[in-house]
Design a protein around this ligand. Sequence first.
Ligand code: C2E
Ligand code: CA
Ligand code: CA
Length: 738
Amino acid sequence: MLGYTSSSIMNFRKFKRFLIVFLCVFLMLIPAFSSKAATEDNPDEVLTVGVPADRCPIFYEDADTGEIVGIGVDLMRSAAKNAGYNATFKTIEEATLKDALDNPAYDVILPFGSAITSTGGQASIVSENLFQTPFTLVTEGHHDMPPINVLKIGMLHSLSGGADTVHQLYPEIQITMYDTMQDCVQALRSDEVNALLHNSYVWSYVLQKPSYSDLTVQPSSMFSMDFRVGAADTEKGRDIIQRLNGGIASLTDTERQAVILDYTSRRLYRMDFGDFLYKYGVFILLILLLFVALIIIGVQRVYSIRKKNEEKLQQMIDHDPLTGVLSMRGFRKRVVELLSTHPDTPYLLAYVNIKNFKYINDSLGWDAGDDLLCFWADKTRKTLSDQETMCRINADRFAVLRCVGGEEKLRFDDHEVVDSVRNYFLDQGKETRVQICGGLYVLTPEDYRDVNVDHMLDLARVAEKKVREMRSDGYEFYNPQQWEKGKHIAEVTNLLPAALEAGDIQVWYQPQVDYETGKITGAEALCRWDHKKLGWLQPTDFISTLEESGLIFDLDKYVWDKVCQDLHRWNEQGHRRFISVNVSRCDIREDRDIPKHFHDLIKQYDLDPEQLRIEITETAYAENSALLIRTTEQLREYGFQVEMDDFGSGYSSLHMLKEVPVDRIKLDLRFLTDAGDPERGRIIIGYMIRMIRSLGMQMITEGVETKEQADFLFSQGSTEMQGYYFHRPMPVQDYEQL
Ligand code: C2E
Ligand code: CA
Ligand code: CA
């Protein structure tokens, strides 16, 4: 029952073949059915319309849909529909309508004013007028327009058809064509043309651009232009145009007005970035400036807050929280600062420590210990000047940087500070005497050059340790010799200003003579100090100290001034004299114009520059020859005589002779005769004198103590001399008597 017979199998195969053929025929027929169905749904023929798309609101591309829309599109679509066409719009890519007419891709083209011949020579045919478009002139501002016969107008290239019409209507008008609206406007603004001509509807769109606000529409329209559909003058073209004419005729005026109103009433212009900048540029700039200003203010504020915090932090770590004096860290910084700003002040560094501090803490309590430290710090701080400083190193250890002030100051410190600290508890009725051990280190010149606070403190600590181990309390110097020296410097420098003020410094004169004639040729000014306690001091007692402390310049200025006063007085009395003054090598510095100083002096006292002879010691030239040579040259330019003092004292005398442009050499007999074989000395002196003479320089010999020396020098050719043999230095009154 379930088996298949061969005939039933045959029937099944036939059926299958029939089914395949049927399906094929069916599939082939589907497109025919569907196209028929479509034609019945939409009977219009497709009409491809080429239009320019750069003419909003007549033809333009909708920004949202990308479709070509506009007044011209809507009206054309209606007319075409009336004529049984389904119009589709295509943007004309060609430069002009004449070019587009040769493109078979478009069935018809818009807009034509009248029939034209294509670039390729093809004649055209145009439809009835679709609608009338007014053309208007636009000028820059409210410029008056020149008469029509000299009018120059600018138009867009794409309106070449319109240009032809204008030309036919007004042959006198000069028309210039431009590629873009921007070019047109630029030509108008640069007065290349008097006005621009375009479709009024397009103007209503274009003039919405903010940067064109200076353009004005001339109220009277120039002319109206037809807006026709054009096609190649072929059979197909003629057929389409004929059908379209029917469609155009069915368009009512109301319909036309409605479409025009619809588009011209919309704000179609979309501002681009340039417009935006033009319109809101100043505003944006102001906002930007405000923003930048805010950022700058903000950054500055953050910076100043941060700086203040840093300063606060620095302040904290640079100070000891218990006593309020500097911490070790702050002290290091302050010492470096002080030594660099006061390189000439002699300083000592004290390391001080309470020997029985642990006992005090244990017996009287920590608070009592703290009170003592605060008392001590306070007492010391009150005695310090601005040039001094102190710190609490740690626990009961203090360091003090103090100017060396001699024994008196030391005694004062001992009494004012140390004694009151010693008796701090005794004064409170407690039976504890505070034991203070101190080590003092007197700073050496090297300490100023390369400041190493810790090293100096170590040395002070060595002295302090000695006290702690040997005695109950007291202080000790690490370097007593330096202390003696420092004390002397301190005494001299502390007293100098008062001495100058009080006239304790005097200028003495040592005459210089011509051995041949016996006449006095001049004198050297030498200072003397009538010291209150120590009696008459010779320059050797204090000159080097003043040089070390930097005060020599004060003394020298004083001496030079006194000398000039004397010279002035003598001039008034009719005695023209010549005086040599000493200039310390420390006086000559980059920041001091010594030549100018002397020049001002002689101007002040009405002296001849050659009356002042300026002695600069030979060794100074070796130390800073460039500056010295420059100074010497300037002094000579001012007319002063420059003498090289102490010639023969240095190691480079001969070399100096070659380099330095001085007027006179001052040979010092003592350097050449004091030591060694006198006979050899004489030979050397003889050669030196001859050499100086051969170089054509003037010379004087000083330190002449005997007649033999004078005779010998004279025999060798040195006639000018200075020395005890002739005269010792003498007060000014004695010199005047001579
Ligand atoms: P100097 O410039 O070489 O001055 C000459 C020194 O030799 C003077 O010493 C003078 O008294 C001394 N003297 C003169 N004749 C003889 C002599 O025959 N035998 C001996 N043994 N000595 C003689 P004084 O006045 O003590 O001056 C010493 C130095 O002090 C001067 O040496 C000069 O370098 C310096 N000096 C003196 N007054 C001033 C000054 O006002 N300013 C500066 N910067 N330095 C000065
Ligand atoms: Ca001298
Ligand atoms: Ca000398």
